[in-house]
Design a protein around this ligand. Structure first.
Ligand SMILES: [Fe+2]
Ligand SMILES: [Fe+2]
Length: 295
């Protein structure tokens, strides 16, 4: 199958990214950002703070994985896309880590958890898991990143958020959409076996949601907000009829398990990403800046 044009899940042709532009997130992230930066929704604020905490180690693992694959990539276009992917992911880690200063000022304890996750999961994978499994894990988590981005952008869930955090998250989500097919196409090039995709999907899904839920619950517990009715209501709203993330997540995960799946099936995602990126590039001062090929 030509990775540039595939049949999507709704029976229409969808173009995969023609080029991937690495950008730097240049907006300031001062330490006065409120701890619950999505007003009235401490649960979603904490879930995305957990995402922010887990992003740097996660994305460093993607980068190590793609770098290790480079000698095996014979297709020049795929190699170029992998290089652009690596540059985007590296910037995501840098920007999210800048926000950690806020979490430190707010007194959250999270660094030991973050270091333990890196050592016990990612460094152990580096040592003992075969490269094909690494790529399969990255391919699946990239699908999760892309559909999270699609849901948050298409439902404008962050419309009322603190604008600095909205920019950080929406820039990241948009770039996840932009490069969503790279790891999947790499997996097809390295090992196209369905069983490998399945193993990576089961492992990644369990790890991703356990870590996110565990970290978010810890942040809410530190705020003494974990066991109260309003938090339960917010969670039900997010997963249930409000944002529908429970049902939508299951549907996206089921899509990934289809034998003919390709990331391009996220119809409409590219326009959402382009809009979010254009808005941030137009802002005065701009929140994001494209990087030159040399930087
Ligand atoms: Fe990322
Ligand atoms: Fe990504």
């Amino acid at each position: 199958m030509d990775p540039a044009t595939v049949v999507d899940g709704h029976g229409e042709d969808s173009a995969v990214e023609e080029s991937i532009t690495p950008r730097r997130f240049v907006a300031r992230l001062p330490t006065d950002i409120p701890r619950h930066w999505l007003p009235g929704n401490e649960v979603v604020s904490s879930l995305l703070n957990a995402y922010t905490i887990l992003v740097p180690a996660n994305e460093a693992f993607y980068i190590r994985t793609l770098n290790a694959c480079m000698p095996r990539i014979t297709d020049d276009a795929l190699r170029e896309r992998c290089q652009a992917f690596i540059r985007q992911e590296a910037q995501h880690g840098v920007a999210h880590k800048r926000y950690w200063d806020n979490l430190d000022v707010q007194g959250y304890a999270y660094r030991r958890f973050e270091r333990t996750v890196d050592r016990v999961i990612f460094r152990t994978m580096d040592r003992y898991a075969p490269l094909w499994l690494h790529v399969s894990l990255v391919s699946c988590v990239e699908h999760i990143n892309a559909f999270l981005g699609y849901e948050f952008l298409s439902q404008t869930i962050l419309a009322d958020a603190d604008p600095r955090m909205r920019d950080l998250m929406e820039w990241h989500f948009a770039e996840e959409i932009e490069h969503r097919a790279v790891a999947f196409d790499l997996l097809q090039a390295i090992t196209p076996h369905y069983s490998v995709r399945l193993l990576g999907a089961l492992t990644t899904t369990a790890l991703f949601y356990l870590l996110m839920a565990g970290m978010a619950a810890s942040l809410l517990a530190q705020d003494r907000l974990l066991c109260r009715k309003a938090s339960v209501r917010q969670l039900v709203h997010h997963l249930g009829k409000g944002h529908g993330m429970g049902r939508r997540t299951l549907r996206h995960l089921r899509d990934y398990l289809r034998r003919d799946f390709h990331p391009s099936c996220l119809t409409g995602a590219d326009d959402l990403a382009a809009e979010a990126l254009a808005r941030q590039a137009r802002a005065v001062p701009p929140a994001i800046m494209p990087m030159s090929p040399q930087t």
